[in-house]
Design a protein around this ligand. Structure first.
Ligand code: OAD
Length: 248
């Protein structure tokens, strides 16, 4: 399958759903989780992004998040975010489902966004005192670990950790979005569920499914078109072709 085949499908589509992962933000300088650049000291995301890790050493986990927040704060959306943002506004019904917590889709102006794993810029009370999650864009933090403004207890990043459930509303919205004509899975290793299961759901609904990734993943053998290469280049190429044809 070629890029042009996908563009032809997109041209006829009104309902388009795009699932994204860390690879979409790689060109912005945000490290991926499983790539060679994804290492932080000797830890892996699975060892730090868990409630047990936080309970055992909140300062270490916060140090990791503070490091990532500082990095992300200096990054800007890239061409992949820009194309997705544009499509989110131009297709009649476009849903963007992201596993990324960096907010770069939002900063690019994406509408109809479901942030399956939350946002690194939001905090919540670790104790669960009843304070609603709050936005905190400070970096560096004046005090680490940060505290809950209501009860003074430990604050935690309002992201979904391994072993935790995603918001039921977000999961419902994601499944609902799988009833589409074209489903793109972009820059994700397709191994973390439930996000990794969405492409199967889209297939079940008869969607034309497309993967864009630097390398093969478990989704590659499932999709109708597996395009190998950088998302920021492939999506920009698709947008150019789509826009050109729309003008004719
Ligand atoms: P991963 O780090 O697992 O995978 C990133 C994927 O992006 C890999 O398959 C790369 O080949 C691909 N990639 C890298 N650069 C790319 C580029 N320029 N263009 C296209 N593809 C590129 O990240 P995710 O799949 O997002 O969860 O990981 C899923 C979840 O696991 C994350 O949300 C996070 C993580 O642990 C939690 O923290 C709960």
């Amino acid at each position: 399958m070629t890029v042009q085949t996908v563009v032809d499908r997109l041209r006829r589509a009104t309902r388009v759903t795009i699932l994204t992962g860390a690879g979409v933000s790689a060109a912005s300088g945000v490290p991926t989780f499983r790539g060679a650049d994804g290492l932080w000291r000797t830890y892996r995301a699975e060892e730090l992004a868990t409630p047990d890790a936080f309970a055992g050493d909140p300062a270490l986990v916060w140090e990791w998040y503070a490091w990532r927040r500082g990095l992300i704060a200096s990054c800007f959306p890239n061409a992949a975010h820009d194309v997705i943002a544009r499509w989110s506004r131009t297709f009649t019904r476009c849903r963007v489902l992201t596993q990324n917590v960096d907010d770069l889709h939002l900063r690019a102006g994406t509408t109809g966004l479901v942030r399956l794993h939350g946002s690194i810029w939001e905090l919540a009370c670790w104790r669960g005192c009843g304070a609603p999650p709050w936005r905190d864009e400070s970096h560096p933090f004046p005090m680490l670990p940060p505290r809950c403004p209501r009860c003074g207890g430990l604050a935690r990043p309002a992201v979904v950790w391994f072993g935790e459930s995603l918001s039921a509303a977000d999961v419902a919205a994601a499944y609902d979005a799988c009833a589409c004509e074209v489903f793109l899975t972009v820059g994700t290793s397709a191994i973390v569920y439930p996000a990794a299961g969405l492409v199967h759901e889209a297939t079940r609904h008869g969607a034309f499914t497309v993967e864009i990734n630097l390398e093969p993943t478990p989704a590659s053998s499932v999709v109708d078109a597996a395009l190998q290469g950088p998302a920021e280049q492939i999506l920009a190429d698709m947008a150019r072709r789509l826009h050109h044809e729309t003008l004719l």
